[in-house]
Design a protein around this ligand. Sequence first.
Ligand SMILES: N[C@@H](CCC(=O)N[C@@H](CS)C(=O)NCC(=O)O)C(=O)O
Length: 191
Amino acid sequence: MLTLYDAARCPYCARVRIVLAEKDVEYEAIEIDLSDRPAWIYEKNSTGRVPVVEEDGWVLPESAVIMEYLEERHPEPPLLAADPADRALARLRIFRHDTFTDPYYALRRGDESARPAFDAQLARLDAMLELQPWLSGAGYGLADVAYVPWVLRARHLLGVELGPYPALADWLERVSSRPAVAAEAGIVAAL
Ligand SMILES: N[C@@H](CCC(=O)N[C@@H](CS)C(=O)NCC(=O)O)C(=O)O
């Protein structure tokens, strides 16, 4: 069985939890205390970070890579489009997620000067979602999973209102109707 080295508050782990739930993969979660990480986690991942998955002694860190691994290992239901061009655009959005999360983490550290940059990122997602229903393109998929943990946390932990971003607010409502994402919204509410 797959083991996930996990942390409830970690949005990168949330990506993996969502994909596992979407694909109905059974797994064992081992909660890692991020404020007092066990030394052995460095044997699983040289950076000491979570998420890490392990299967029969085979170990894989990095949420974006884990999502792709799970997509290939458990192809149903698909979370990448059939068309290579659409898949590439979803991957590009995942690859560039730092442009969204950098100002998010600055705000989490209390750096209010990052507020305009984060607002600009919310506006960028909103503009994307005016043109297409999902961040992954025509269908829900990995790019949506890659961003939703931070959008949920921005609302809950930073008090971000999505009123000025109607397409993003509509996306969050649609994405949150999926049980895999609703479960994450519950975890975020308890943070
Ligand atoms: N690039 C990694 C980032 C993972 C990450 O930063 N995880 C955080 C928790 S949300 C962590 O383990 N932090 C501990 C540390 O940085 O020492 C991924 O996508 O999996």
